[in-house]
Ligand binder design. Structure first.
Ligand code: CMP
Length: 137
């Protein structure tokens, strides 16, 4: 049994498709172990994406992630990390396979609807960034 972190980004929250995206996870057999809607501070977003701090898109990424609320979720299940990434599709929605979350709900590589942990080590770090153990059921 694995756990991974999902973020439904400000573009998808603004489009009011949170429920539709959470349904994709549940319909694929993943369980929601924790979820909450929050507004990231600039410091939160910079810390969460610190690995990208030197990339040219960093400032735009941080600006976008604080432009509105996000929904952070701990997904649990067999192969949860890889399964979530399959459900999301490619980072750039223009390259995302039909039927994936990004193909169906995202507009651009910045406003790409969802984030998902890309390794089990990052998943553990990203989950503890947002949730205390008592919030995860
Ligand atoms: P995410 O999975 O949240 O991880 C970092 C984010 O940076 C990524 O999704 C994209 O939304 C954003 N981004 C913007 N430009 C790029 C790029 N050229 N390569 C990768 N990620 C990018």
């Amino acid at each position: 049994m694995e756990q991974t972190l999902s973020i439904i980004k400000p573009d998808a929250v603004a489009k009011n498709v949170v429920g539709k995206i959470l349904d994709r996870f549940e319909s694929a057999g993943l369980r929601i172990a924790a979820t909450k809607k929050i507004k990231l501070s600039r410091e939160d977003a910079e810390a969460f994406y610190a690995v990208h701090a030197q990339r040219p898109f960093f400032k735009d990424l941080v600006d976008f992630m604080i432009s509105g609320p996000v929904v952070v979720t701990v997904l649990e299940g067999k192969d949860a990390m890889a399964k979530n990434r399959d459900l999301m599709g490619a980072t750039n929605p223009k390259e995302a396979a039909p039927g994936t979350i990004r193909a169906d709900f995202a507009e651009s590589i910045d406003a790409n609807a969802v984030h998902g942990s890309d390794s089990l080590e990052n998943a553990a770090n990203e989950i503890s960034f947002f949730f205390s153990q008592r919030e995860i059921c």
